[in-house]
Design a protein around this ligand. Structure first.
Ligand SMILES: NC(=O)c1ccc[n+]([C@@H]2O[C@H](COP(=O)([O-])OP(=O)(O)OC[C@H]3O[C@@H](n4cnc5c(N)ncnc54)[C@H](OP(=O)(O)O)[C@@H]3O)[C@@H](O)[C@H]2O)c1
Length: 263
């Protein structure tokens, strides 16, 4: 048995060889970790974001590690760009097996300081984009009778936080959207689930990671007493995208070191 066969056998139910996966917001942070792990499980990963150079660097890193990866820059909040991207996916790969929609933006301000435009923007990128992506993905998945959709939500949504109304509304809506997809497309062989991260030390959170007040909150409130490493989100995403999760549909898998389990 060759090395590749041995790796495949070891991955068992988590094997993703031959599957095509689109990961949005994959140039850095949690999206990159998810893309890296899907590729390590054998998938051909398509990395999305808007900055093509960053995506190409990230895809090259995955390829250096033996994975199969390409980049596809587009703005998930622009329906025309999403449509064009899916045309490219059909032309280049013929199908899509897995959609991981990880893009998310934050706009943390007291309610009085959030403009209508900013509130809309957060909804457009975090929630409406998921609608465009899911619609395009299921159009490819339904005729084949299978597919996996994984949305990245947040512990913010089911839980409230001061000065974060737009993000919480969008992520809470996204979790509801996942359940709607699960019931509408379950009969067509497609599962829709979410991973809900807690506190992860990503590039975007660098200032918070360095803030002693946040550090003390993390040590006091999170049972594991630390930030999540971005690589610690990947197992949940690979699991939900794999045959190991074949009967899991409409679930939001929290990955937060126990934060939302404690009070
Ligand atoms: N980090 C955490 O602790 C945490 C906690 C809870 C939930 N989450 C959620 O997890 C996800 C990832 O978090 P993160 O901290 O890793 O994110 P991030 O680094 O801030 O964002 C991921 C990527 O999204 C891309 N992006 C932003 N807007 C886009 C758009 N309109 N179209 C296409 N790509 C776009 C950005 O790349 P470009 O600039 O190249 O477009 C960015 O690299 C988000 O949904 C976030 O809300 C994170």
């Amino acid at each position: 048995m060759g090395d590749a066969d041995q790796r495949r056998e070891k991955r068992g139910l988590f094997e993703l060889g031959g599957r095509v996966a689109l990961v949005t917001g994959a140039g850095q942070g949690l999206g990159f970790s998810i893309a890296e792990a899907l590729a390590a499980a054998g998938a051909h990963v398509i990395l999305n974001g808007r900055q093509s150079q960053r995506l190409e660097t990230a895809a090259a890193q995955i390829r250096r590690d033996g994975g199969i990866a390409s980049s596809l820059p587009f703005d998930v909040a622009e329906p025309g760009e999403v449509a064009a991207a899916f045309e490219r996916i059909v032309a280049d790969f013929g199908n899509l097996d897995i959609l991981v929609n990880n893009v998310g933006i934050r706009h943390r301000f007291p309610l009085a300081d959030i403009s209508t435009e900013d509130f809309h923007r957060v909804l457009e990128v975090n929630l409406v984009a998921a609608f465009h992506l899911a619609k395009a993905a299921v159009a490819l998945m339904v005729p084949r009778g299978r597919g996996r959709i994984v949305m990245v939500t947040s512990i913010a949504g089911p839980l409230g936080r001061v000065n974060d109304a737009a993000y919480i509304a969008a992520k809470g809506g996204l979790a509801g959207f996942v359940r709607a997809l699960a019931v509408e497309f379950g009969p067509k062989g497609i599962t829709a689930n979410a991973v809900a991260p807690g506190y992860f030390a990503t590039e975007t959170n660098a200032a918070m990671v360095d803030d002693p007040q946040v550090e003390s909150f993390v040590r006091r409130r999170i049972p594991l007493r630390r930030w999540g490493d971005p690589r610690e989100i990947a197992g949940a995403a690979v699991f939900l995208a794999s045959d190991a999760a074949s009967y899991i549909n409409g679930h939001v898998l929290t990955v937060d070191g126990g934060l939302s389990a404690s009070f």
